[in-house]
Design a binder for this molecule. Structure first.
Ligand code: ADP
Ligand code: MG
Length: 889
């Protein structure tokens, strides 16, 4: 390929300037992609590729019309591309082009998604030559101007904060880039794009300067956050600036996010509890989707944030509760408030658009209408004493109401009621807003009137029939006269065109008026655009006010949503306290109760009873019960009411859940290794004030391994961590822990067995299950009778002797494995050395069974040769898998 020149050459040289993966370059009315970019774009977005020849070579080319770029940009960025946009501008000698923006997931302004869209930076303090140790994080949402910084003690904490905000793009600091461990964890759990922003941007001095520049020295000092957090903030600011999103000005405020104010909720827990999406990745069926009755997207965003970041401050929570209580009892006022909120648009997003300069006149109308919602809300709240006395009054009074009114009045006086979406062709503004404009408009309207009435005047004056006055691109304004009358036109008519049934004429006067109207149209368009820009700048200058008002509306919306859900589902206000007691009377699972005739259940935990071993047959409801407890505690710490008849809830500092790998494996999401590292994380991080939910942990490995791990973890949680814990297990053996560990209690989900059938009662009762119902399930599922009978037989022995013989059959002697509950150890012995079992008299099926084929015998031998004590668990799992596969063959 020869060196490209012309447009294609310009494209490639611009492309070489940017680190973006794709470049969209304006060529007249289109944005074009060339070369490989054209091919990529056409593959991703189904665009047609044509060929552009340039000096003997031919290049693929794909283009989109100027006004259609946004949806394409969005789609490309959502697929993970960084897209540079080059605009064309006029020069003395023609056109030139320049990259004006690089659009990335974290700097996309044109999102249609209501969710927060965080751009994050994470800095390892030890790397920046920083004086403060630990990690620093910054989060910015360019679509709303939200900006937060956070400090984290170590990499794990940093990850927790990252998961909490769920950013779409992450800028790892210099040292973080080489931390493979941290990066791989980020990659595993987050869909965020990792972007390497220039390292200098993270340098403490430069970052500090940038942050002070943006938010003011005083603010930054008042924040008093550690250096790594400032480094992260500086890097985010410089990135936003560099990518050219042009929204720095909408970032009016920097807030410090203190992990300590919030309930720790790691990514696994968020997923297990299906907070914002189900295990299958669906939004429907999540806790958020279930309780979300917000009217506005900002309200929905806030409610989601509340769920993802439950609080720990009793005062804060009680304040939210007060508002929810007031709103839930005042049904009519609540309806009215929600109806009013229905008129509101997303003010924070509109403020960003105004700052960016992309807001049109309709956006300003949206600002105006939304500003009018605030006083209407305040009025509705003031009118109802129980609402007026609640914290709601303060919430709507927090923004500068006067400034909001002034801005609204300015917009009311200025912006037309139903303006067009183009901002360059006039009709954007109200009469009376600007004297110069009024004059232009008046003259413009006068000429329009003159033209509108011209046809009638000509008819009357010259006795003509079939006369119309119109304009088109080629002829300009003209008088059109029907053929029959065309011969009778006066002399000063100048014919410009003959049509089949008519003729077109113009006159000197008409031409004069035409020149004037064109002049006035242009003048009006320019003047209006100028005034509109001033107005838009004024709105942008009020970004902080708009964010405040938006926040107040969103808060009322989120609270009203909680109230609505509480009222419609008979939820109650939980009594919150700082103690250990957790008592839920007739609790329900907030999501499952929506679709099922739910059987309510109690839970009681306190100082003397801090650890519940939950047993019960498969499918009886153990997992649901435990998640229900976790969800209720979480909702309580959002300030919500809870699905129960009555609840007393001691505040927790963290909620940790872990579901055994086996249960998760079904969905291909987890391995035993992950299960164990998460268990390890819980054992390290949970405190006495945490709530820990373990569901079949240990099930992902061989039985004895599993029991041993579950056993030891229970002891550790009970003795050392002392967290409030619910542990569901199908290892019946664990129920005997309650005998030795004082704070451990057994509960079980009851099932009724009659005539060999099992009925699940879904009722949780004190005490252990008396037995495993697994065999009944096997029976119900149609497992052949001999197998079911044999397993009954095996179970019988297990229970009596805590021993099981693995029947080898044929020549090999039975191998016996004994799990000693007293010592918690396992011994494997061969044949007659054991005094237990194996010779319990009477012929067994095995005795009569035909000799085992050689292949099976080989499997058994291999099985025997595995040393469970030295083989790593992960390897055990794969060995067992392999053995099973060989058996199946
Ligand atoms: P387990 O963990 O004991 O195997 P699950 O908690 O997965 O059982 O529950 C099995 C099924 O029973 C689920 O479909 C669940 O919706 C239903 N279920 C559980 N608890 C209840 C309850 N209290 N009331 C009604 N249905 C329930
Ligand atoms: Mg379960």
């Amino acid at each position: 390929m020869t060196e490209a020149t012309g447009i294609v050459g310009e494209f490639f040289s611009l492309k070489a300037e940017t680190d973006a993966e794709l470049l969209a370059m304006q060529c007249g009315d289109f944005y074009e992609f060339f070369g490989e970019d054209a091919e990529t774009v056409s593959e991703e977005l189904d665009l047609k590729v044509s060929q552009k020849s340039s000096h003997g070579s031919s290049y693929p080319m794909a283009g989109v019309p100027l006004d259609d770029l946004t949806p394409y940009l969005k789609a490309l960025v959502e697929r993970g591309y960084r897209v540079a946009v080059a605009d064309q501008y006029e020069t003395d000698s023609g056109h030139a082009r320049e990259i004006v923006r690089v659009v990335t997931p974290g700097t996309l302004l044109e999102t249609s998604d209501a969710d927060a869209q965080y751009l994050a930076a994470v800095v390892d303090g030890s790397s920046t030559g920083s004086t403060d140790a630990g990690y620093g994080l910054a989060f910015a949402d360019v679509t709303t101007g939200r900006f937060l910084v956070a400090a984290a003690e170590d990499a794990d904490d940093a990850l927790t904060e990252l998961y909490r905000f769920d950013p779409v793009e992450i800028l790892p600091g210099p040292n973080v880039r080489t931390d493979d461990d941290l990066l791989s964890q980020v990659r595993e759990r987050s869909d965020a794009t990792l972007t390497l922003h220039e390292t200098e941007a993270f340098a403490p001095k430069r970052a500090d300067h940038q942050v002070r520049d943006q938010f003011g020295t005083e603010t930054v000092e008042r924040l008093s956050v550690a250096e790594p957090a400032i480094a992260a903030a500086g890097a985010v600011l410089s990135y936003v600036e560099e990518t050219g999103a042009g929204v720095l000005a909408s970032m009016t405020r920097i807030q410090a996010h203190h992990g300590d104010d919030h309930v720790t909720l790691d990514a696994t827990t968020q997923r297990n509890l299906e907070l914002t999406e189900t295990m299958q990745g669906e939004r429907d069926g999540s806790l958020f989707a279930t309780i979300d009755h917000t009217e506005t997207s900002a309200g929905g965003r806030l409610l989601k944030e509340w769920l993802q970041r439950p609080r720990r401050s009793l005062e804060d929570l009680e304040r939210r509760q007060e508002s929810v209580a007031a709103l839930s009892s005042a049904a009519l006022a609540r309806d009215e408030i929600q109806e009013t909120l229905g008129e509101a648009y997303d003010l924070a997003r509109l403020a960003s658009k105004a700052t960016h300069g992309s807001a049109d006149a309709r956006d300003l109308v949206a600002v105006r209408e939304t500003l009018a919602v605030l006083p209407a809300l305040a009025e509705a709240i003031a009118a109802k004493p129980e609402l007026a006395e609640s914290p709601l009054s303060e919430i709507v009074d927090r923004p500068d109401r006067e400034a909001a009114r002034d801005l609204r009045e300015t917009l009311e006086d200025a912006v037309a009621d139903d303006p067009p979406s183009t901002v360059t062709q006039g009709e954007l503004l109200q009469r009376g807003y600007d004297d110069d404009l009024d004059e232009v408009i008046e003259r413009h309207e006068a000429i329009k009137e003159w033209l509108d009435t011209l046809a009638d005047r000509e008819k009357r004056q010259y006795g003509l029939s079939h006369v119309t006055v119109d304009r088109n691109k080629t002829d300009g304004y003209y008088i059109q006269v029907g053929k029959s009358a065309a011969d009778g036109v006066p002399d000063h008519y100048e014919q410009i065109k003959t049509l089949k049934n008519s003729k077109r004429f113009t006159t000197d006067e008409l031409e004069e008026k035409e020149r004037e109207i064109l002049r006035l149209e242009e003048r009006r368009g320019d003047l209006e655009y100028e005034l509109f820009e001033e107005l838009r700048d004024e709105v942008a200058a009020n970004a902080e006010l708009l964010q405040d008002v938006g926040r107040a509306l969103a808060t009322v919306d989120a609270l009203a949503s909680l109230a609505t859900h509480a009222a419609e589902n008979r939820w109650v206000q939980p009594a919150l306290h700082r103690g250990d007691r957790l008592e839920i009377e007739q609790g329900r699972h907030p999501v499952v109760e929506q679709t099922t005739e739910f059987v309510p259940n109690d839970v009681r935990l306190d100082e003397d009873r801090g650890f519940l071993v939950v047993t019960g047959p498969n499918m009886s409801g153990k997992s649901t019960y435990m998640r229900q407890v976790a969800c209720i505690v979480l909702l309580a710490q959002v300030g919500s009411f809870v699905p129960a008849k009555d609840a007393e809830i001691g505040l927790v500092d963290g909620i940790f859940t872990r579901v055994g790998a086996l249960d998760e494996l079904a969905q291909g999401r987890s391995t035993f290794m992950v299960e164990m590292s998460e268990l390890s994380n819980i054992l390290h991080t949970a405190t006495e004030e945490s709530l820990v939910i373990l569901d079949e942990v240990g099930r992902g490995t061989a039985t004895y391994d599993g029991i041993s791990i579950a056993w030891a973890a229970t002891e550790y949680l009970h003795n050392e961590v002392r967290a409030k814990t619910l542990f569901a297990t199908h290892y019946h053996e664990l129920t005997s822990l309650a005998e030795n560990l004082p704070r451990v209690a057994n509960v079980h989900v009851a099932a009724d067995e009659r005539d060999g059938d099992v009925t699940f009662l879904r009722t949780v009762r004190d005490g252990p299950t008396d037995r495993s119902y697994g065999i009944h399930v096997a029976d119900l599922a149609g497992v052949p009778d001999p197998v079911v009978d044999r397993s009954r037989d095996v179970l019988e022995r297990l229970r009596e002797e805590k021993a099981i013989e693995a029947k080898g059959g044929g020549s090999s002697e039975p191998v016996q494995a004994v799990f000693d509950l007293g010592s918690g150890t396992m011994q494997t012995s061969e044949q007659g050395q054991s005094q237990t079992a194996s010779t319990d008299g009477g012929p067994t099926e095995a005795d009569d069974a035909p000799a085992v084929d050689p292949e099976t015998e080989a499997v058994l031998e291999d099985l025997e040769s595995i040393d469970v004590n030295t083989t790593p668990p992960i390897e055990l799992v794969s060995k067992v898998q392999e053995l099973q596969e060989r058996l199946e063959d």
